[in-house]
Design a binder for this molecule. Structure first.
Ligand code: CTP
Length: 146
């Protein structure tokens, strides 16, 4: 029997990569039912001030096809408490690149106060959407220079 019933994690998951897969795989080891919040295109534009490469519909389609994911929901809030009010999960997962940050210390306290745990999943080093964007940019420069 797994430790938790309902788990939740949230992100953009743009240009889906193995870091995202590792997050879901490890999260699902702790819970029976994994809900993944996927940021809408508008939300990413507002918060990161850059457009997504892959549309929300395609990102949601890819994430929902991963065997560790039980439900995909559209996310348009920074507040984990708002998400908790909606889905009542028992545990929230986040990459451990966020561990000890002011933002997540606060979220952890708030979630703990309603009986929800936070688990930091080991971050997969060497890959991120930002890194892929950078690599593609570098490749583009090389192609154009030829
Ligand atoms: N994550 C991870 N390992 C990676 C990249 C991301 O564990 N190599 C985790 C993050 O900690 C977060 C989740 O995946 O919990 C969603 O991250 P997201 O921002 O969508 O992906 P990134 O690749 O980090 O995107 P960006 O570079 O735009 O921040």
């Amino acid at each position: 029997m797994k430790k938790y019933n309902k788990g939740f994690t949230v992100g953009t998951f743009d240009m889906f990569h193995v870091g995202h897969l590792n997050l879901f795989r490890q999260a699902k080891e702790y819970c029976d039912f994994l809900i993944v919040g996927v940021h809408s295109d508008e939300w990413v534009m507002k918060c990161k001030n850059r457009p997504t490469i892959i549309s929300y519909d395609d990102r949601a389609d890819i994430v929902s096809s991963i065997k560790y994911v039980d439900q995909v929901v559209k996310n348009e809030t920074r507040s984990k408490m708002e998400a908790w009010e909606r889905y009542h999960f028992d545990v929230a997962f986040i990459g451990d690149d966020w561990k000890g940050t002011e933002v997540w210390n606060k979220i952890e306290k708030e979630l703990n106060s309603v009986g929800c745990d936070v688990i930091y999943i080991p971050y997969t080093k060497g890959i991120s959407t930002t890194q892929i964007r950078k690599t593609l940019g570098e490749k583009k420069d090389k192609i154009e220079a030829k």
